[in-house]
Design a protein around this ligand. Structure first.
Ligand SMILES: C[S@@+](CC[C@H](N)C(=O)[O-])C[C@H]1O[C@@H](n2cnc3c(N)ncnc32)[C@H](O)[C@@H]1O
Length: 208
């Protein structure tokens, strides 16, 4: 986190997603963000909860259905936040007026700090279209919201645990550049081929 802070742009952000850990004597599944939140020079804006819909069933505890993101920024007074780029168009009463003025933003509502995106699934007849062999792949739509909210076009995204390369794919889709770091050569190859395939499909779209 110290190194990420050092290379983050002045108005840049740091989105941290880590899971849960058992802590002997004191907790079965302690959210790691709760242990890490103040061990960085970044300023914490908010916790965002990702509700992913389906997963394992608990027997002596509630079935887990969320992961947490901590949204940090480098400068609490000056940071990129493109709310209009991530508004939720699913508004219940879009045509409500007050004193002759439309009450609801025509682009949609603030998506709140609880985000619902389906997990990338595998398995016969239920595998997501974007599924790769990586076991912990993020849905593109989830990372797209992070990227659109916290960066401008042509910004450089750094993902130091890039896995299957979801951040790079989203960078290609949204007009950002990206740097990925990954310890496994196999996943590096996977990320590169996934990125190139996305670039090719996007250039096909542009040509049409
Ligand atoms: C949870 S996965 C990330 C998945 C990614 N968000 C995606 O959508 O595919 C974490 C990745 O970090 C990699 N990793 C673990 N330790 C690492 C290290 N010290 N340096 C770089 N990568 C590492 C793992 O190999 C794994 O692919």
């Amino acid at each position: 986190m110290r190194l990420v802070h050092a290379v983050t742009a002045a108005a840049g952000a740091f989105w941290l997603n880590v899971g849960y850990t058992p802590l002997h004597q004191s907790g079965k599944a302690v959210p790691l963000p709760y242990l890490l939140w103040n061990l960085t020079d970044f300023y914490l804006i908010q916790e965002v909860v990702w509700n992913y819909g389906a997963g394992v069933a608990g027997r002596r505890f509630l079935s887990p259905r969320n992961e947490k993101f901590l949204w940090f920024v480098k400068n609490a007074d000056d940071y990129v936040f493109n709310l209009d780029a991530i508004r939720d168009p699913d508004v219940k009463y879009p045509r409500q007026y007050k004193n002759g003025r439309l009450k609801v933003n025509p682009l949609g509502k603030n998506p709140t700090d609880v985000w619902q995106f389906a997990k990338v699934t595998s398995g016969y007849q239920r595998s997501s279209a974007e599924r790769t062999p990586h076991p912990a792949q993020f849905p593109e739509a989830l990372i797209e919201r992070v990227v659109l909210a916290s960066s401008e076009k042509n910004a450089v995204l750094l993902d130091p645990f890039s896995g299957s390369g979801t951040t790079a794919v989203v960078a290609a889709k949204t007009g950002r550049r990206s740097i990925g770091i990954e310890i496994s050569g196999e996943y590096c190859d996977l990320a590169v081929s996934r990125y190139l395939a996305k670039k090719e499909s996007l250039s096909g779209l542009l040509l049409q």
